[in-house]
Design a protein around this ligand. Structure first.
Ligand SMILES: [Zn+2]
Length: 260
């Protein structure tokens, strides 16, 4: 019995017009078409839209499968694929809520998708706001992590000191909380920093070897660091705001003060 050779691993990070990426692009182009069709509340338009949506969803399944099978996971694809999914789902949901109705149109005025559900889904997409950073290569050390974070924190907060505190996160080992020295008191202790002289900013660590193994990288050869920070928390520290809820209240007096 012939044994099928494994597909060669190609350095595909810089490829652009691969089949999976074209499929993602196809899904993005499907969005205006679906929006146009769903302006018509009739059954035929609904059926055509449903078929197109299923085709779009299948292309989503298929592009991921192709990219992994042929080892052509590209940088553009990693960006384009989730973007296409979100655009497609959100635009169809909004059109289903906004669809015209009335007796003369023979369409009942109960929306096919309740508006609250769309608010929930879209809100979830918006609420997960985080800044993530990751580096992986040969020879990346904890020193690189600390150097990167120090450069980032000094760019944001000026002349601050940075300290790493041992912690635990599931995907990094070792893991560390990152604190910066309190700008308010210069590190001697005040109300803002609860008399500690330090403010907790973000979580970080060295990528767990199991993570590299899971994606097919040799953990003996490759190392990396990762960090993540909620952008609201960063803004709290940056502007000296003491209540995170102010970011969600959309009070113009507040928004104008923190406009970038
Ligand atoms: Zn302080």
């Amino acid at each position: 019995m012939a044994v099928e050779p494994a597909p060669p691993v190609r350095n595909a990070a810089n490829l652009v017009w691969t089949t999976p990426n074209l499929l993602s692009l196809f899904r993005i182009l499907l969005v205006p078409v679906l929006v146009y069709i769903l302006r018509d509340p009739g059954r035929l338009a609904g059926a055509v839209a449903a078929i197109l949506f299923v085709v779009g969803s299948l292309s989503d399944y298929y592009d991921g499968y192709l990219a992994r099978k042929h080892g052509i996971v590209t940088t553009l694809g990693k960006f384009l694929d989730p973007l296409a999914d979100k655009l497609l789902v959100v635009s169809v949901l909004i059109m289903l809520v906004a669809m015209p109705c009335g007796t003369e149109l023979e369409v009942p005025c109960t929306p096919r998708v309740p508006a609250w559900l769309v608010v929930l889904i879209v809100g979830r997409e918006l609420a997960v706001t985080g800044l993530r950073g990751m580096a992986s290569s040969e020879g990346i050390t904890l020193g690189d992590l600390k150097g990167t974070l120090e450069a980032m924190m000094r760019e944001l907060f000026g002349d601050v000191r940075v300290r790493l505190r041992p912690s635990f996160f599931p995907y990094t080992e070792p893991s560390a909380e990152v604190d910066v020295s309190c700008r308010n008191c210069g590190g001697s202790g005040c109300g803002t920093c609860k008399q500690t002289g330090w403010l907790e900013i973000l979580g970080s660590g060295m990528v767990h070897p199991a993570v590299f193994e899971a994606v097919g990288y040799d953990p003996e050869k490759y190392t990396g660091f990762a960090f993540g920070v909620g952008i609201e928390r960063l803004a709290l520290r940056l502007y000296g705001i003491d209540d995170i809820r102010m970011f969600y209240e959309n009070d113009l007096r507040f928004l104008q003060q923190v406009a970038l």
